[in-house]
Design a protein around this ligand. Structure first.
Ligand SMILES: [Zn+2]
Length: 141
């Protein structure tokens, strides 16, 4: 009787495991549109690394020599990734992103204490916490 119970259990478990296959839920092997291309992924990783380097420099974990070296390497890598992404036909998204970044830089506030560049609308420095000079409106001289 215990044997019979074990058999039922095994059938139930195997059935549960094979359920997606039996129901015909196969994973697509083709790349989906929303999936990142390799160049896109590399570019994001590089940009994140650049941001981390900025942060480490701002908080004093990196000295200026190391920071400059790291920034030079990462910038070169980001540029290479940008070129690769460009070659993959991602031009529109890239241009939109560049325009967005440019807009963010134009409106962003640079900390006077640590020179960290903060996103537009920031009231305190994201790196050192210093209050930032509040920009009244975009376009004000
Ligand atoms: Zn700061």
């Amino acid at each position: 009787m215990a044997m019979f119970g074990a058999l039922i259990l095994v059938i139930a478990v195997v059935g549960f495991i094979l359920q997606p296959v039996l129901q015909g839920h196969w994973a697509s092997l083709r790349q989906q549109d929303h999936e990142m291309t390799e160049a896109e992924a590399r570019r994001r990783v590089t940009l994140l690394a650049l941001r981390d380097a900025e942060y480490d420099f701002a908080t004093g974990k990196l000295d200026e020599k190391d920071y400059n070296e790291l920034k030079r390497q990462l910038s070169a890598e980001a540029l290479a990734a940008l070129v690769a992404a460009d070659a993959e036909g991602d031009v529109d998204a890239l241009e939109a992103e560049i325009a967005e970044a440019r807009e963010g830089l134009r409106q962003g506030a640079i900390c006077e204490a640590c020179h960290h560049r903060n996103p537009a609308g920031s009231r305190f420095c994201g790196a050192c916490g210093q209050p930032l000079e509040v920009q009244e409106a975009a376009g004000t001289p």
